[in-house]
Design a protein around this ligand. Structure first.
Ligand code: NAD
Ligand code: AHE
Ligand code: ZN
Length: 369
């Protein structure tokens, strides 16, 4: 069949809207009509050539929602007509990681996914006979895409596509980082670095679990109102701090925060986040994805004195099990999504979504097909 898609033909080049050839679902796979997709900073990072695993030409996008249109042989978990959210972190329920009860990082298809291919080692997308790679196993910047059945979460049919697509990455990552990875409790203090599409979800989850002080840190003053809207109690713009930022934050939180989160992808910020944790027990969670070649560092003394450095992918959430629950949280009003979707547009305008993100003017842009 044919599908309309935004193709990343080369790094740092605008996406091009073209009509591609798409092979139908093979055994164990499903064809999904993507109805809406968010644009995450990770898409921009890959398009900018900063991802170790970045491949070109490829179809980016990993924050979608859509409808199953066809299933390959052997698929029993979903059927045509089901509403689904594609999962870049699948859940096979059989691999060592899935069975461990310790992680959401399913390994069933990770090797081929990182090579831009389906589990049989081939791509379903081509353009004029040339292979186009999949991205994060999702490729939601195509109107139709093919995924393994273990990489789709079935969701309720009354959830709007143009808002619930955000649960495919940003919402789940930010909320899960707080509720799963960090396990923040009522009364805990929290510092969130980077109040974008992920960081604001960290803030709203911190509010949800009853955190006490919730400090937001961003170099963009416009984010003060955004953070306050979702539960932030204090705002710090590092550019306006006289002296050392970490010392300022430690003083503001009476010795350091119980939990800090990096949602910037900047390795210097990651260090500040770790060092702004409370001595003896503070936990710092790395969410941000740093560009290829970057490394984090700190004085080992920071860890010797009881701070813990950890990270999270997709908020530690097992997708097929956890995503439908987060959709329920949204539909029941426990978490907010709608106000964070600042822009919606057609696929033909997708490059504007990247411009808005880089200009700091959007929280989330959503492409509606
Ligand atoms: P975004 O562009 O919407 O937000 C980033 C925010 O960080 C902006 O508000 C920006 O002003 C702020 N910022 C930039 N530099 C800063 C600095 N030095 N100090 C303080 N604030 C600073 O991006 P996003 O979509 O929210 O993504 C954030 C990061 O999370 C990216 O690195 C992305 O790749 C990563 N991410 C990780 C996961 C995961 O599973 N671990 C999932 C989604 C996104
Ligand atoms: N491919 C990169 C790393 C990119 C990365 O860390 N991705 C996150 C999700 S970001 C979503 O916006 C993730 O899930 N990582 C776990 C995994 O298995 O990819 C690299 O450095 O090679
Ligand atoms: Zn993402």
């Amino acid at each position: 069949m044919k599908t309309r898609a935004a193709v990343a033909f080369a790094p740092k080049q605008p996406l091009e809207i073209v009509e591609l050839d798409l092979q139908g679902p093979q055994p164990g796979e499903v064809l999904v009509e993507i109805m809406a997709t968010g644009v995450c900073h990770t898409d921009a990072y890959t398009l900018d050539g900063l991802d170790n695993e970045g491949l070109f030409p490829s179809i980016l996008g990993h924050e979608g929602a859509g409808i199953v249109r066809e299933v390959g042989t052997g698929v029993t978990s979903v059927k045509p007509g089901d509403h689904v959210i594609p999962l870049y972190t699948p859940e096979c329920r059989q691999c060592k990681s899935c069975l461990s009860g310790k992680t959401n990082l399913c390994t069933a298809i990770r090797a081929t996914q990182g090579k831009g291919l389906m589990p049989d080692g081939t791509s379903r997308f081509s353009y004029k006979g040339q292979t186009i790679y999949h991205y994060m196993g999702c490729s939601t910047f195509s109107n139709f895409t093919v995924l393994p059945d273990i990489a789709v979460a079935k969701i309720r049919t009354d959830a709007p596509f143009e808002t619930s697509c955000y649960i495919g990455c940003g919402v789940t990552t930010g909320v899960g980082a707080v509720t799963n990875t960090a396990n923040v409790k009522a009364g805990d203090s929290v510092i969130v670095f980077g109040l974008g599409g992920i960081g604001l979800n960290v803030i709203q989850a911190a509010r949800l679990v009853g955190a006490g002080q919730i400090v937001g840190v961003d170099i963009n003053d416009d984010k003060r109102d955004w953070g306050a809207r979702f539960g932030m109690t204090d705002f710090v713009n590092p550019k306006r701090v006289d002296g050392n930022l970490v010392e300022h934050l430690v003083a503001l939180t009476d010795g350091g925060a119980d939990f800090t989160f990096d949602a910037t992808g900047n390795t210097t910020v990651m260090r500040d986040a770790l060092e702004a944790c409370h001595r003896g027990w503070g936990v710092s969670v790395v969410i941000g994805v740093a560009e290829a070649g970057k490394e984090i560092s700190t004085r080992p003394f920071q860890l010797v004195t009881g701070r813990v450095w950890k990270g999270t992918a997709f908020g530690g959430v097992k997708g097929r099990t956890g995503v439908p629950k987060i959709v329920d949280w949204y539909m029941n009003g426990k978490i907010e999504i709608d106000p964070m979707i600042t822009h919606t547009m057609g696929l033909e305008d997708i490059n504007k979504a990247f411009d808005l993100m880089h200009a700091g003017e959007s929280i989330r842009s959503v492409i509606v097909y």
